[in-house]
Every structure is written in C-alpha cells, then in structure tokens.
Design a binder for this molecule. Structure first.
Ligand SMILES: [Zn+2]
Length: 156
C-alpha cells in the first residue's frame, strides 16, 4: 500500500494486532522513504445479496437514501437520518455476518425508523413487510398505539 504522506509505493508493517472484539486487524506501518508511521485497519467487507443473486458492498448512504424517501414531508432532520444510518449499520455488523440478504437491511431499518417517525415508518414498513390490505396497516397502527401507550403511561 502507498504511503499516505509521500505516496511511496511500499510500506513496512511494524505491528499487527486484532481489535478488542476480534472483528478487525490493525497494522502499524512505517514508510521506508519518509519514515512516517500510520495505521491501517482490515475489516471483513459487509456484503448485501440482492434477490437477483448479485452482491454488493453494504452502503450506509443507500440506507439513508431509502429512509429519506419515506420521510418526505416529515419533520426529520438530516442529522437524525445520519444517526439512523449509523444505528442500522451497527446492528447489522453486530450480527457478525459477512453477507446478508437485502431484505434484512430493510428489516433492520424498521426499529430505528419507528422511533424516529411513525408515519415514515408505516410508509417504509408497507413496502418491506409487503402490506397488502388495509387490515395490515390497521394491525401495524394498533401496535404503534400499544407501544406508545406502554412507553408513555402518563399522558395529559
Ligand atoms: Zn512516506
């Protein structure tokens, strides 16, 4: 790998160790040209498999773009979208899987989105959980109401 300081095409590994959770390897490197040191990290690339059989690298930006569409016209800030993207990525990485089906990415979005905005959640859930009838929406809304009542028992 190139030195990030002087672009020298070769660097030397001086130390190599696993991160605490064992999910990555960090390497301390030195450049024989300029003598500067830097650290690289080697992770398993999280892949998403589509129904067509094609796999592609997981993209937090894609998650956020999909959620942003569901949030159109809703009072949801870019900051909250970014936080949601981070929560989704963390929950998927926490499973330790190297490859997940794309619909599981959709399912991982549901929980954080429900906390963020209930209307956007319903829009999104109707697609990812294949709502087919009004009864599907009604059942979901009932659950949202029940959840809300459980979380805020004293509402004035
Ligand atoms: Zn260098």
């Amino acid at each position: 790998m190139h030195c990030p300081f002087c672009r020298h095409p070769d660097t030397r590994v001086i130390d190599s160790r696993s991160t605490e959770d064992g999910a990555a390897i960090r390497r301390r490197r030195t450049c024989p040209q300029c003598g500067r040191r830097f650290t690289t990290q080697e992770n398993v690339l999280l892949m998403v498999s589509k129904r067509s059989g094609v796999t592609e690298a997981f993209s937090r930006d894609k998650v956020i773009a999909g959620v942003r569409r569901a949030c159109q016209g809703r009072p949801v800030s870019e900051d909250s979208l970014a936080q949601l993207g981070q929560r989704v990525e963390e929950s998927i990485r926490a499973t330790g899987a190297a490859e997940i089906p794309s619909n599981e990415v959709g399912l991982a979005i549901l929980g954080p989105l429900r906390d963020l905005d209930e209307v956007a959640y319903l829009r999104f859930a109707s697609v990812y959980r294949s709502f087919e009838t009004l009864a599907d929406f009604e059942a979901e809304i009932e659950q949202l109401r029940a959840k809300r009542a459980a979380e805020k028992p004293v509402e004035e």
